[in-house]
Design a protein around this ligand. Structure first.
Ligand SMILES: *Cc1c(COP(=O)(O)O)cnc(C)c1O
Length: 368
């Protein structure tokens, strides 16, 4: 028998499948990198804001020193923007870091964590990484069934993950639904409200979850700079929660988890209202472009509130993989979601108008 290392629950973890990098697809399919279109990781098609690029260039001079472990400037910018004191803020190496910190801070091995079917895969990974038990609650119309999730909370449940909007389905929960849920959750159960796509919500759907943090001591609101702010490669996210919870997250956080360049860029991006507006506008435009094409092609899709759309590309369980491969051969990278139990579907990140058009053209040829 070969030697086995580590706990069973670590060996049971299925590695996270990220979007294929452009260079890898170029090598595999013998394509030119510059001709490849990547609509696979919900990145901002505008790239990073110029303001952030400038801030990073200035920060380069100080790279011989450690980053500010307390992230004073970045926390100040977050504090000013969201009206919360600095000791309510935790910085993360991407919001992925925040999601993991929450599991490590609040859950012991064999206790349970509640999340939704088709919920962001990192919830399952973070749960497994601490040896906890996952309680996956059946989705309702591809989204969270909050009534069922509240009912699923067990005596040993310590954490609930909710994504709003959700990835990969794009579904949205209203402020009223969320508040009803927060009222129903026992005080000792921590709720992570993961709002990675919040900045894409139309004005009439926006709600102030940071206000709820004042009311609910067990609530953590998680945000990221990776999507609408265009800084996915830098890895910056943050959590807002009351000081007792924030203190625990910060005790287990690596002291220098957000590097100096990332901190400088994030401050600039947070204050760049014009870039954020442009990101939301181009996203709304691209969404209409994609769903109009899906309707023309007679394809079923899930109405999305994020920067991506989940679309059904066939009725057999090989459909997602087959269409994905055909798209790759044409230099278009999208995201298969069979690992979410959705083998007939693909998730398409919304790109620039010409990128969306190239994808639509390729899809028409493949399905035509
Ligand atoms: C993209 C995403 C994140 C986080 O991404 P980071 O780059 O780690 O900040 C978190 N939650 C959801 C639902 C996402 O889709």
């Amino acid at each position: 028998m070969s030697m086995q290392f580590g706990p069973d629950y670590v060996r049971a973890i299925a590695p996270y499948q990220s979007g294929k990098p452009i260079a890898e697809v170029a090598r595999e399919f013998g394509l030119e990198e510059s001709k490849i279109i990547k609509l696979a990781s919900n990145e901002n098609p505008l790239g990073m804001p110029e303001s952030a690029k400038l801030a990073m260039q200035q920060a380069v001079a100080e790279l011989g020193r450690y980053p500010d472990a307390n992230g004073f400037d970045l926390k100040s910018a977050i504090s000013a923007k969201y009206g919360v004191p600095q000791d309510w803020i935790t910085l993360g190496n991407g919001s992925n870091d925040i999601l993991e910190l929450a599991a490590h801070a609040f859950v012991q091995p064999r206790q349970s964590v509640v999340f939704a079917q088709y919920g962001f895969l990192v919830y399952a990974l973070a749960t497994q990484a601490v040896g906890a038990r996952a309680i996956e609650v059946t989705a309702q119309d591809f989204g969270h069934d909050l009534v069922a999730m509240a009912a699923a909370i067990a005596d040993d449940t310590r954490l609930v993950y909710i994504a709003n909007p959700n990835n990969p389905t794009g579904t949205f929960l209203t402020a009223a639904q969320l508040e009803t849920f927060l009222k129903a959750v026992p005080q000792h159960v921590v709720v992570v409200l993961d709002e990675a796509y919040n900045e894409y919500l139309a004005a009439e759907l926006q709600y102030e979850s940071t206000d709820w943090v004042r009311t609910y001591p067990n609530l953590i609101v998680s945000r990221t700079m990776s999507k609408a702010y265009g800084l996915a490669g830098l890895r910056v996210g943050f959590a807002i929660a009351q000081p007792v919870v924030t203190d625990l997250l910060n005790r287990i956080r690596q002291p220098f988890n957000v590097n100096s360049l990332a901190q400088a860029a994030a401050v600039a991006a947070l204050n760049d209202k014009a870039f954020l507006q442009k990101s939301a506008d181009i996203n709304a435009q691209g969404y209409r472009q994609l769903v109009t094409a899906f309707e023309t092609l007679g394809l079923t899709y899930v109405h999305s509130y994020g920067n991506f759309v989940l679309v059904k590309v066939g009725d057999d369980d090989g459909a997602g993989a087959r269409v994905n491969l055909a798209l790759l051969k044409q230099g278009i990278i999208v995201r298969p979601v069979s690992n979410y139990g959705l083998p007939q579907w693909l998730r398409i990140s919304i790109g620039l108008p010409e990128e969306n058009a190239a994808f639509i053209g390729a899809l028409k040829t493949i399905l035509g």
